[in-house]
Design a protein around this ligand. Structure first.
Ligand SMILES: C[S@@+](CC[C@H](N)C(=O)[O-])C[C@H]1O[C@@H](n2cnc3c(N)ncnc32)[C@H](O)[C@@H]1O
Length: 206
């Protein structure tokens, strides 16, 4: 087993707490710092791009509980893991679209279920090991999430999107700041040491 694959503290904790991936703790940190998911209030619709195996979606669904007017749409090339969902990935409050969110047919299905109040994008390209190729592909996905924010996010809405550092992230941040009252970057402690991913946050869509 390579060093990278060893279950670390976060991965073991995820198993214990019933999440299929350690990445849930990155969302938890982002949520605690930027109040992405208000505990109660108005109807709230969330879009989770690059959702498989489903930890972020589970976090959102568990936090929403029985809140009225809540809806989550999750999208991924791969199916979600049903290991821990205990029925949460069923019913009217949740929808899963299996497909590539950069394609027009999938875009139409996603937009049909909007507008959203929060867009999350933890999507990552299949890595090649070539850092410039990987960062460029990651930036393409992040830009696509930003396109969804432009057209499918309600006024006052929020965005959290992952991007690999190294490409034109300054340009991405600039676009976020044009579209949102606040734009910033943040690297959660739960990111693997040595990983070059960072999250960009947009708050209060104009
Ligand atoms: C790091 S994983 C997401 C983990 C997820 N947030 C969780 O907590 O379980 C990245 C995901 O992005 C998905 N992905 C990458 N490109 C995509 C695309 N164009 N359309 C849909 N999903 C995509 C991959 O299939 C992969 O499942």
């Amino acid at each position: 087993m390579r060093q990278y694959e060893k279950p670390d503290h976060w991965a073991l904790r995820a198993q214990k707490e019933g999440y299929p991936a350690r990445s849930v703790y990155k969302l938890q940190e982002l949520d605690e710092k930027f109040f992405l998911l208000p505990a109660s209030g108005q109807p709230f619709r969330v879009l989770d791009l690059g959702a498989a195996p489903g930890s972020w979606s589970l976090y959102v669904l568990r936090k929403a509980g029985s809140r009225r007017g809540f809806f989550l749409a999750a999208v991924d090339l791969a199916p979600l893991s049903r290991q821990y969902d205990q029925g949460l990935f069923e019913g009217e409050r949740f929808s899963f679209i299996q497909g590539d969110f950069t394609l027009p047919g999938v875009r139409a299905a996603i937009e049909d279920q909007g507008p959203y109040n929060l867009i999350l994008c933890d999507a990552a390209p299949a890595t090649t090991g070539n850092r410039s190729v990987d960062t460029l592909r990651s930036l393409v996905l992040a830009e696509e999430a930003l396109n969804y924010a432009e057209t499918g996010l309600a006024k006052g809405g929020r965005l959290a999107v992952k991007v690999f550092q190294g490409g034109d992230t300054a340009g991405l941040l600039q676009k976020i700041r044009r579209l949102f009252g606040t734009g910033k970057s943040f690297k959660p402690q739960a990111c693997r040491s040595g990983s070059f991913e960072t999250y960009y946050i947009g708050l209060d869509k104009r």
